[in-house]
Design a protein around this ligand. Structure first.
Ligand code: ADP
Ligand code: MG
Length: 370
């Protein structure tokens, strides 16, 4: 799929922007702080309805303005218009001018993969960061997943609120609590199975990519759920999770929170069975993230029968020559790629020759060369 054009109103430092994009490579260049990442961010928001770097959507609205608009035309088998309208407290999403109320229906419409330097948090950061990653990827693949996680989070909040209200087992309304727990367990199974399948799929692809880039074999991503899932079917997962929740009820009441379930999941990047989080060099961590993202491209192609749109935010300055070439080898010419850089010299002549060059300065396009 490709993003044919992008229109912004009052988004970050852009009053207005109209941008036509090349179906292959686009390079946005300019000095620091001019608005390169803002463009990629707007594309990210257009696809996923949330920003990868803003805490609140309100931050995306230009200072002293009340609302912002992002519009884009996607060309897939069909062509359709996506639109996100933001106010400080609300967000409206539209497909072809029709308002969409279920975000799951929207999010699966535009598939993107972003590479940016904070990606290293995927390895070094908190488990919540990795869960967020899994949710984003799987939501783009399956709207059922998106809806299930939403339901799960609502149920989890109700269960946790209930645990906060009571002081001991005797105070529990057992039939109510059991129904709640059963619902939660029911939703967990699908989330667990989707995540396990996704990580298994990553492990079919990642070791080869990692080896290709570094020469090292034995790269593996380990899924670390709070219960043992391996080779378990639905009924077994259900039984194990229910047992853990039942056996640990007193502890849960004491800590006033649900201790088992996919909201506690984590995964780990390993090389030769050692965690890269603890033992990896910065270089190894970088390649691991790169590997993960490149594998995603393959997974999107397989699941969605379509090329995702690739966003590369200032990644070329951080990679050595060989890794740059490897990255570009995997991102074959059939895909739309949108790159930002402060320095055009960081990018191979071969790539620049066929690219659309877009220079930005202070929230405006100052030059476009096709
Ligand atoms: N809500 C906002 N309103 C107006 N300007 C903003 C807003 N948020 C960020 N900016 C401006 O955007 C610029 C940063 O843009 P960015 O795309 O991150 O730069 P870069 O080109 O380095 O990637 C800064 O000048 C910042 O002041
Ligand atoms: Mg930037």
């Amino acid at each position: 799929m490709i993003l044919k054009n992008l229109e912004l109103i009052n988004f970050r430092n852009y009053d207005t922007l109209t941008l036509n994009l090349n179906k292959n490579i686009n390079i946005i260049y300019g000095n620091n702080g001019e608005g390169k990442t803002n463009i990629l961010e707007s594309i990210y928001v257009l696809a996923l309805t949330k920003s990868h770097r803003a805490l609140h959507n309100a931050d995306l609205i230009q200072k002293e303005k009340e609302n912002a608009l992002i519009k884009g035309t996607i060309l897939n088998d069909l062509s359709y218009n996506l639109e996100i309208a933001l106010t400080k407290t609300k967000k409206q999403v539209r497909i072809d001018n029709n308002q969409v109320t279920k975000l799951g229906d929207y999010i699966s419409k535009m598939n993107i993969i972003i590479f940016y330097s904070e990606d290293l948090d995927l390895i070094r950061g908190f488990p919540s960061y990795r869960r967020k990653y899994l949710n984003l990827e799987l939501s783009q693949i399956s709207k059922n997943y998106y809806n299930t996680v939403n339901d799960y989070n609502k149920l989890l909040k109700i269960r946790n609120d209930y645990l906060k209200k009571i002081n001991n087992k005797e105070e529990i309304n057992q039939s109510y609590f059991d129904v709640l727990t059963d619902y939660l367990v029911e939703k967990s199974i699908f989330i667990y199975q989707m995540r396990e399948k996704y990580i298994n799929k990553l492990n079919e692809i990642c070791p080869n990519i990692y080896k290709d880039i570094t020469g090292d074999s034995n790269f593996l991503i380990k899924y670390l759920p709070t219960i043992n899932l391996q080779n378990q079917d639905k009924e077994m997962i259900k039984a194990i999770l229910k047992k853990e929740l039942t056996n640990n009820l007193e502890k849960e009441i004491k800590l006033k929170t649900t201790l088992f379930g996919p909201h506690r999941d984590d995964f780990d990047f390993c090389l030769n069975n050692q965690s890269l989080k603890t033992y990896g060099s910065q270089g190894q961590q970088r390649v691991a993230v790169l590997t993960l993202k490149l594998a995603e491209i393959q997974i999107f192609k397989d699941y969605k029968k379509n090329n995702p749109i690739i966003l590369l935010d200032d990644v070329f300055s951080e990679l050595d020559h060989q890794k740059k070439n490897n990255l570009l080898k995997y991102i074959d010419s059939g895909m739309q790629v949108i790159i930002t850089t402060t320095d055009l010299d960081n990018i191979d002549e071969k790539i620049k020759k066929n690219a659309k060059l877009i220079q930005v300065k202070d929230g405006k396009i100052v030059e476009e060369v096709n």
